[in-house]
Ligand binder design. Structure first.
Ligand code: NAD
Ligand code: TYD
Length: 370
């Protein structure tokens, strides 16, 4: 039995990871540590799959005594750090919180792990580590900055973050890398492109567009809609992280991406087309519509003021994942987007629950002046 702490397991990717791990393994104990910010919700935590459970602990990754208490109570061998402030637009409004959680939280987790996992010193004075332990940092391709029309991010592309969010994630990566060098701390980093799938909070492009279409609300497209993101179905990301944690080499960075580049406007149009098609061919779905079916059209698209410092294009070269760990994405965008939309149509109560707090206030603040 291997014990994992999964931070941020009540958020989008963390929850999908918990689900994947419970569905895949019998011999893991998963402790979810999550502060339940606006982005983390009790309704998102996957407590059990086929009778297998995770343990949920509400708390902040910056809280040293709380994290220490978890290491004292459980024989933790793996930490997978998903917890973060994750939305670029919010980071433009309030950078400080991003620096606290994303940088100091990561450092705090590593410091506690260091204390519990070090077993001695080698002849040069480097710590030696308990067999089988691993710290995994879930990072992003946004640390590489922005691409022009051509080229891909590889693991050796210079770090060039542009937003407060990506700068905080880059700083966290640098701290992890510093610990790898200074203490030979057994860590790995994955840098992934944009994810989509179930449990995605409706402040990010795809779930926000789905929600607005169902309500007949305008679809805010920033700038000219031609910015490109490289989309990956979240379960493929979860499989990649699992591979890296189990078989990746400590001290290494791995890029994870789907070779699925799309302009934002293409995504918005495809989402409109798919929802309309599902409504027409499977009328049972119409019960979740809060508008007339005839309103679901490209007329909903509204070009709005661009995001400040909007990165033009992200595109990942995942060759290292393929060559070293035999990982490749399994879900095409065309399949994944239909699965995702169906999930939202069938889980409107989840959407209602996670948007029942300050969501409306947030939405008005972010979009009323655009
Ligand atoms: P999310 O915003 O959906 O979830 C983040 C979770 O972290 C929430 O449950 C929140 O409650 C929790 N959290 C926030 N601050 C915390 C704190 N101080 N202590 C404990 N928990 C805290 O984010 P996500 O989209 O699931 O992203 C997960 C990770 O993956 C992040 O590190 C993000 O940078 C990275 N990432 C995301 C994407 C993407 O497309 N979503 C792509 C690449 C990398
Ligand atoms: P987002 O989902 O916020 O992810 P990220 O900024 O981390 O890539 O945004 C994806 C793309 O969609 C990005 O280019 C910004 C754009 N976008 C819109 O055009 N309208 C929106 O309402 C949102 C939230 C994003």
């Amino acid at each position: 039995m291997k014990t994992y702490i999964i931070t941020g397991g009540a958020g989008f990717i963390g929850a999908n990871f918990v689900k994947y791990m419970l569905a895949t393994y019998h011999d893991v104990q998963l402790i979810v540590l999550d502060a339940l910010t606006y982005a983390g919700n009790l309704g998102t935590i996957v407590h059990d799959v086929d009778g297998k459970c995770c343990i949920f602990v509400k708390g902040d990754i910056c809280d040293s005594s709380l994290v220490t208490g978890l290491f004292e109570k459980y024989p933790v061998e793996v930490v997978v750090n998903f917890a973060a402030e994750s939305h670029v637009d919010r980071s433009i409004e309030n950078p400080r919180l991003f620096l606290e959680t994303n940088i100091l939280g990561t450092q705090n987790l590593m410091d506690v792990a260091r204390k519990f996992w070090a077993v001695g010193k080698d002849d040069k004075g480097y710590p030696t580590w308990k067999e089988g332990v691993r710290f995994h940092q879930v990072s992003t391709d946004e640390v590489y900055g922005s691409l022009g029309a051509t080229g891909y991010f590889t693991e050796t592309t210079p770090l060039d973050p542009r937003s407060p969010y990506s700068a905080s994630k880059t700083s966290a990566d640098l701290i992890v890398k510093a610990y790898m060098e200074t203490y030979k701390f057994p860590a790995t980093i994955t840098r992934c492109s944009n994810n989509y799938g179930p449990y995605h909070f409706p402040e990010k492009l795809i779930p926000l567009i789905i929600k607005n279409i169902l309500e007949g609300k305008k679809l805010p497209v920033y700038g000219d809609g031609k910015n490109v993101r490289d989309w990956l179905y979240v379960e493929d990301h979860c499989k990649a992280i699992d591979q890296v944690v189990r078989f990746g080499r400590a001290g290494e960075v791995y890029n994870v991406g789907g070779h699925n580049e799309k302009q934002n406007i293409e995504i918005v149009k495809l989402t409109i087309d798919t929802i309309r098609h599902l409504m027409e061919t499977e009328p049972a779905y119409r019960k979740v519509l809060k508008t007339d079916l005839s309103n679901i059209s490209y007329d909903l698209i509204t070009y709005v003021k661009d995001r400040l410092g909007h990165d033009q294009r992200y595109a990942i070269d995942p060759t290292k994942m393929k060559n070293e760990l035999n990982w490749a994405p399994e879900t095409s965008f065309e399949t994944g987007i239909v699965k995702t939309i169906r999930w939202y149509l069938e889980n409107q109560n989840w959407v209602d629950e996670v948007t029942s707090g300050d969501y409306q206030k947030y939405y008005e603040k972010m979009y009323s002046n655009r």
